[in-house]
Design a protein around this ligand. Structure first.
Ligand SMILES: [Cu+2]
Length: 187
């Protein structure tokens, strides 16, 4: 079948769609490695609060805890337990050393290391998933009310809306991939 374009154009189009589709795919369900290259540790006094503050978590994102399971673990706990570093009755416990936790709800998700002393020395993290809509929201004022007991929202909605838009585009990612397959098939 001939689209009325030269082969060169076909290839350029295919390449373009491939790149677009690939970049869109990446932004669906982002994976966040806690502590980035440091991982989940007590070494180096990683500031997990600061780490989390630089991220815009969304429902569907994956939180990845990477650590040596001989020395650490991951427990999801309540806000009160988070504040008190109380690891006596965790909601869930993860011990593989490579734990990926998919965020399925909005709001706060509190985690700590249950090894004695580790939470006290800072091995705890609060993953706060903001309630964002797919519709672009004006970013004039940080007016979205934080839920009770939370610190104020760090940044207004610019990043969040951008992220949301990507997500919307993400739904088109599969269509792009299909088009790429079709176009490539005809070259
Ligand atoms: Cu630990």
């Amino acid at each position: 079948m001939d689209f009325g374009l030269g082969n060169g154009n076909h290839r350029a189009l295919a390449l373009f769609l491939l790149v677009v589709s690939a970049s869109v795919q990446v932004s669906i369900g982002a994976v966040y490695k806690v502590g980035d290259s440091s991982g989940w540790t007590t070494i180096g006094n990683v500031d997990y609060k600061q780490w989390a503050a630089t991220k815009t978590f969304q429902v569907g994102d994956i939180i990845l805890f990477v650590y040596n399971p001989q020395f650490h673990n991951v427990m999801q706990i309540t806000h009160a337990e988070y504040k008190a570093c109380n690891a006596s009755s965790p909601i869930t416990t993860h011990t593989t050393g490579n734990d990926s936790i998919t965020i399925t709800t909005h709001g706060h998700h509190f985690f700590l290391c249950g090894v004695p002393g580790h939470c006290q020395s800072g091995q705890k993290v609060d993953i706060n998933v903001f309630r964002t809509s797919l519709a672009p929201t004006p970013s004039a004022t940080p007016s979205s009310a934080p839920s009770a007991g939370t610190t104020p929202a760090p940044a207004p909605n610019d990043a969040a809306s951008l992220h949301a838009s990507y997500r919307l585009l993400g739904n088109l990612g599969t269509a792009f991939a299909a088009v790429v397959a079709i176009v490539c098939g005809f070259i």
